[in-house]
Design a protein around this ligand. Structure first.
Ligand code: FES
Length: 277
């Protein structure tokens, strides 16, 4: 049973007060440690008034609720210890209580300025989203236009430009045609037209005709169409003379553009046409 401090003799009273102070400090440490535990709110004593030994019971204490607010409690009743449950009187006592008071959620409507700010954020988001979509569409259109405008074939590939060197490097006038298979054309140096490039595909049904040196003409092995060295229709089922690619002289160099093809004149207009008798 706990003794009243007032009943103790002087030395014992001092000893008792010292014990209580030590206990108070230990409890304060425990309370501080407990406050650091998540989900636990600790009520601890911050300051204690010590009453005179001759006065019984009244005790004043300040209790701080560390979680959200500070509460001052003044009590004259005996305080029950949270640790051992024993009632103590008079001297300061530590009250350590653990509460799990979870505040109920309170829904507060946003003030008008906050609402306006949120609305503005939505509008800004939509504006940026539309801007991004329009930017992508514009970029895609620009890329498509660029690809359309740019040549699809590189130089030296069929469909592109072939550079054959200076005119002096061309076959002699009257010499046999020279096949440029990568460009799918026969290169012929003529007296009247200069260098010409004849498309290697027959104008009838697309066979590859050949140069027949013995006959000094082109002949198609498929259906027998025949053409002069300059590509004029002679005879056969072909509807027109041989097609040609555009030939230009660029900076003294012969260039054949296989991307630009000129259809041969109709067979009926060919000066070399042989009319069957
Ligand atoms: Fe050449 Fe028919 S494909 S004559």
């Amino acid at each position: 049973m706990a003794e009243k401090v007032a009943d103790l003799s002087g030395e014992e009273r001092e000893k008792r007060i010292a014990e209580l102070k030590a206990k108070m400090q230990a409890s304060a440490k425990k309370a501080k440690a407990g406050a650091e535990e998540p989900g636990v709110q600790t009520v601890r004593v911050e300051a204690v008034k010590t009453v005179a030994p001759s006065v019984e019971a009244p005790t004043a204490m300040v209790v701080e609720k560390t979680a959200t607010s500070t509460v001052a409690v003044e009590s004259s009743a005996p305080i029950k210890s949270a640790t051992n449950g024993a009632a103590t009187n008079g001297a300061a006592e530590i009250a350590r209580a653990t509460t799990v008071a979870t505040p109920e959620p309170v829904f507060v409507e946003d003030p008008p300025e906050v609402k306006a700010r949120k609305e503005m954020n939505r509008r800004e988001f939509l504006t940026y989203a539309w801007g991004g979509v329009l930017g992508l569409v514009t970029l895609q259109s620009a890329v498509g236009l660029f690809q359309f405008m740019m040549p699809r074939f590189k130089a030296g590939e069929f469909g592109g430009v072939f550079y054959l060197g200076p005119e002096t490097a061309l076959p002699q006038i009257g010499a046999s045609p020279e096949a440029v298979t990568s460009g799918k054309f026969w290169l012929v140096n003529t007296e009247d037209q200069g260098p010409i490039a004849l498309y290697m595909v027959c104008t009838h049904l697309g066979c590859l005709y050949k140069w027949e040196q013995a006959n000094n003409r082109f002949e198609c092995p498929c259906h027998g169409s025949k053409f002069t060295r300059e590509g004029f229709f002679i005879e056969g089922p072909a509807p027109r003379s041989l097609d040609q690619f555009v030939v230009t002289i660029e900076n003294g160099e012969v260039a054949v553009n296989t991307g630009r093809r000129i259809n041969g004149a109709p067979a009926a207009e060919s000066p070399a046409r042989v009319i069957p008798t």
